[in-house]
Design a protein around this ligand. Structure first.
Ligand code: ATP
Length: 366
């Protein structure tokens, strides 16, 4: 019987629970034993109670829970070979040789590294007497499948990451709330949103709520000039009768000299314009709450696909990442997706912003 482990890792995202539910149930349906690894890679390194065989009923209700019920963590030990050695030991001890990881690019990079090292980790476990040759023999190959769980929608080779639309929904709702009080008092609000180095949440929230101005890292304004543009646009909107001003600042916002654009700086400019201005940093409410229907569907379809991939893959196949492209659930090479994701960050760092925009393969690039 194939034994599969599923874990959530890195920052939590709505939809991770539905993903775990789908993997557990699709796995059982297709005749596998499915284990949940609790607390991300910490569970793999620690083993014991943090590696639990799941039954059909263990994931009951998971579709409508936010966050991740099996926990997530940032695990320093797994970054070291010794930690990964313990991970391999705990997996083999339980007869597991397939791992489905739902996390961001860091988690998926770690998973792929684990797979690359797997044969040498097993040799070391035999040499040091921790496992016997016969225990290891049936598990010579590790299968890794990635599910992208991240509110940032920052991964290449997929149109949407699990959690992004839920966070976008939450942000849009919050901006609506803010807009109501802003128009009542004729105020300006600077709303800071998450997204790390990716402007997807900021841009999409701005479009969804009709913000006056949006700052994102991939399309930075000219150094020292954005203040004038901001004033020009906001006063033009006010002149047309708008009673509120809303500026969305992505947390990674920069100018074209890579200098951060902070909410405080933006506020200062709006105050200079004579506007009574407040800052609202939305913070962790953006990642809380239940997943929107889109994320529940995405994670369910992708979770099932991940299990199918585990059962289909040969040792020669590269580890896949399950994505969605043009509304189809697809498999793409995990390593290539991670490399392409990194190339966006590199393009920004080398100030090639057109390249950064074109590499973001959601249609906002145009
Ligand atoms: P998010 O996008 O939400 O930050 P992430 O998966 O990118 O999610 P990271 O903190 O980068 O978050 O990674 C999560 C965990 O994955 C790390 O704490 C570590 O245990 C493991 N990991 C990340 N990068 C590596 C790596 N290069 N080698 C081994 N393990 C890694």
């Amino acid at each position: 019987k194939k034994k599969i482990a599923v874990m959530t890792s890195g920052g939590d995202a709505p939809g991770m629970n539905p993903a775990v539910r789908a993997v557990v149930r699709a796995g059982i349906y297709l005749g596998c034993d499915v284990f949940a690894v609790y607390e991300g890679y910490t569970g793999l390194v620690t083993g014991g109670d943090l590696l639990k065989k799941m039954s059909w009923g263990d994931v009951r209700g998971f579709l409508s829970y936010g966050g991740t019920n099996i926990g997530t963590a940032r695990c320093m030990e797994f970054r070291k070979r010794e930690g990964r050695l313990m991970g391999a030991y705990n997996m083999i001890s339980n007869g597991i040789d397939a791992l489905i990881v739902c996390g961001g690019d860091g988690s998926l990079t770690g998973a792929d590294l684990f797979r690359a090292e797997w044969p040498s980790l097993l040799d070391e476990l035999i040499e040091t007497g921790r496992l016997t040759k016969s225990q290891v023999a049936p598990h010579r190959n590790l299968t890794i499948v990635g599910l992208v769980g991240s509110i940032d929608n920052d991964m290449a080779m997929t149109d949407a990451t699990i959690g992004a639309y839920s966070a976008l929904e939450r942000i849009s709702e919050m901006v609506d709330y803010i807009d109501a009080t802003a128009s009542s008092h004729s105020r300006a609000f600077v709303v800071e949103v998450m997204g790390r180095h990716c402007g997807w949440l900021g841009l999409m929230a701005g479009l969804s709520t009709g913000a006056d101005f949006i700052f994102i890292p991939e399309r930075p304004p000219k150094h020292g000039k954005w203040q004038e543009d901001l004033k020009h646009v906001c006063s033009k909107h006010r002149a047309k009768g708008r009673r509120k001003t809303t500026v969305i600042v992505a947390e990674g916002a920069i100018d074209d000299q890579l200098q951060p654009i902070t909410s405080d700086e933006v506020k200062k400019v709006l105050v200079e314009l004579g506007l009574d201005t407040r800052i609202t940093t939305l913070g962790h409410v953006q990642r809380g709450g239940t997943a929107v229907a889109y994320d529940r569907l995405l994670s369910t379809l992708q979770g099932v696909e991940a299990v199918k991939a585990v059962l289909d893959l040969t040792p020669e196949d590269p580890s896949p990442m399950i994505g969605i492209l043009e509304n189809r659930i697809v498999r793409r090479p995990l390593v290539e997706a991670v490399a392409l994701t990194k190339s966006v960050a590199d393009a920004i760092e080398s100030k090639d912003f057109d390249k950064a925009m074109s590499l973001r393969d959601t249609n906002f690039a145009e």
